[in-house]
Design a protein around this ligand. Sequence first.
Ligand code: ADP
Length: 601
Amino acid sequence: MKKENTTLRALRQYSGYNPKYFPLCVLQTIFKNASFFFSLWMTAKIVDSLYSGMEKRELYLLVVAALTGILFIRSVAAILDRQVETALEVLENHEAEAFYRKALGLDYDKIENPDIRQIRRKIEENMHINMYGVINMRENLLELMDSLANLAFSAVLFAEMLSLIAAAPFRWLGLILLAALIASVAGGFLSRLHGNKKGAAYWDEVGTQMLKENRIGQGYNVSGMDNRIYRQQPIIDELYRKYSLEHMKVMMNGWWMRFSFLEAPSAVFSWLTTGASYLIICLYCTLGAFPVGSVIKYVGYLRKLTEGIQTLLDTFGRVKENEPFLGDYLRFFDIENDMYQGGLAVEKRSDKRFDISFQNVSFRYAGSDDFALRDINLDLRSGERLAVVGMNGSGKTTFVKLLCRLYDPTEGEILMNDFNIRKYDYRQYLDIFSVVFQDYNLLAVPLGNNVSCAAAWNQEKAERLLNEVGFGKRYGEMPRGLETPVYKEFDSDGVELSGGESQKVALARALYRDTPFIILDEPTAALDPIAEAEIYARFDEIVGDKTAIYISHRLSSCQLCDRILVFHEGRIVQSGTHQELLSDETGKYYELWHAQAQYYA
Ligand code: ADP
């Protein structure tokens, strides 16, 4: 099967975001161009009538007809302008929505995949900073429509002029004009074709280069606070200098190619055509081939004609230049989810009995040589309180991500009630977990929506949970209660929450879902020790009959758990209660505990 042209495919997808937009643009372009040609044509007619001594009454009628026609065309054009503006708004909204939906709908391992992140960032930055990609395609298409409409109107007048010249003496001069025009089009076109391939590669390189500079300009990874304290400016300046120099080099290399091969020949051809046509039109007027008014008309449209041809050629060049950027855009939409979705319904159990078993599970991240998890064997008993401890990078978070099936194991399998978790309907499987991840997010919407994760909330339940997680005092200070907007993005009355406060809201949100499993990945890292102690003291009560898994760095918090798993370098090296683990003086737990004991004596 023949592969569809990148630009055409991108255009098909893009125009689908609002099928009305481009047809409206066609109409708008026709009326815009009609307005110019009609004015020119009527002006020529009026001048001719003046010369030919037309009667006053008829002349007035002609002027009135011209004005009425212009008024009509302009009014329609103005109405179309509004329509096009609105249609563009809709189109852009739908496009942005489709892009973000695609990004959010990707399998989790793809969202985290470094290559896919990079392509997404490239598309967004190219689109919004350098205006390449679909925006560029839209602009090109509008230019193309404009020059085609222009050419179509010119062609009518050109035919009229040629027929008059054909009847006049020295008609061979007309042939020269025609030949010059054709040579201009062909010459310009050939020089474009020659440069297009190089041009596309050139602009791709310039685009990539500009992104690096823009990132620095946007303060990528630069926080104002760090910048001040650590005086990072010289490092940033150095980076900027480096990329500016590289950019300049690319531009200099391309300069010769762009202006000599691409621009110069078509500019020279168009200049020659204009000169030749002025000469010939004036000559034929003096020879009596057409009246003086027609000089205005023909000179005006011939300028438009050469402009149209020039724009047309430029646009073809830009379409080619933009192709690599559209290629990235389509490649992103082409990424397919391949995570097996399963079809088995997850039983709705009022007793929340879901037994999970890890069997020889190992896992390696895409693009990584090392296993993040190795030979994990584990039975999770319904209703137990399990603590997961270990040093940074020992695999605790990865273990949770596998449990929630954000990733599938590289080796081994995970079973739930004796079936591989891959067999369960994916959405339903996810619905049995509530997790507070380390990098959780709250939304800039009212507190109640944040807690319930829905449009409505149960007032009593939400307030009770916020109280239980220790948010009660702060909540009491909010006159609008659950209606209080979180953050100020959409509402200047919004509240900013401290790290500890937002973590408490995230905890309340996890509890509100009332799922069989609750998993807290360092849920108290941002809490002060007193708040943490209070929450842990009540955790048993708060968590109720759910199975709870806590990942914590503070071992003192884990003492009350039924079982503690100790992770080290991707393996579970110990498992047992606090007392059991502590009694093994050669074990990792003993080491970790004594490293921290001084703080929690
Ligand atoms: P912990 O939660 O115990 O701090 P993690 O589970 O986050 O440990 O990490 C385990 C190992 O996997 C580490 O070596 C870490 O660098 C690596 N790792 C974590 N996330 C990714 C990722 N998205 N891509 C590649 N490697 C990762």
